[in-house]
Design a protein around this ligand. Structure first.
Ligand code: FES
Ligand code: FES
Length: 155
């Protein structure tokens, strides 16, 4: 049975009627029209659906809306603006990372949460932070360059 949930997404409050078991990913995409988080596997295996929930990277495909509570949700659309992009968004452009682009949301949102807490990460620390994310186009080396570039810009 549907219930009403009040969500804060990218600083804006939304009232949503949904079954409590509905994945947050579906609510963001289908109810709120926020299409940055992507459906990849639906099983917490690829990271394409990643958002920030109270500042932590969360896989929205396995996060029921009833588990969000009063948590603050940020999607890739809320990470930066065209006028003031996040350093990772700038670095992705500068390093020309994307190919098909399907995976970008997961890598950037996961890396953004990581870089907020970790200054001057080593290559090994970046690799560990991003393990479990998938890019079928094989852009991994470009992603590593972009994350390092963003880390330097945020230092
Ligand atoms: S769609 Fe959520 S981890 Fe793959
Ligand atoms: S750029 Fe295509 S899946 Fe990563």
């Amino acid at each position: 049975m549907n219930q009403r949930f009040l969500l804060t997404v990218n600083g804006t409050s939304h009232a949503v009627d949904a079954d409590p078991d509905t994945p947050l990913l579906y609510v963001l995409r289908d109810d709120l029209g926020l299409n940055n988080p992507h459906f990849g596997c639906g099983l917490a295996q690829c990271g394409a659906c990643t958002v920030h929930l109270d500042g932590q990277a969360a896989r929205s495909c396995i996060t029921p809306i009833s588990a969000v509570g009063n948590g603050e949700i940020v999607t890739l659309a809320g990470l930066g603006t065209p006028e003031k992009p996040h350093p990772l968004q700038m670095a992705y452009i500068e390093e020309q990372v994307p190919q098909c682009g399907y995976c970008i949301n997961g890598w950037i949102m996961t890396a953004a949460a990581f870089l907020r807490d970790k200054k001057k990460p080593t290559d090994a620390e970046i690799r560990i932070a991003l393990e479990g994310l998938k890019c079928r186009c094989g852009t991994h080396m470009a992603i590593l360059r972009a994350v390092k570039r963003a880390a330097a810009a945020m230092d």
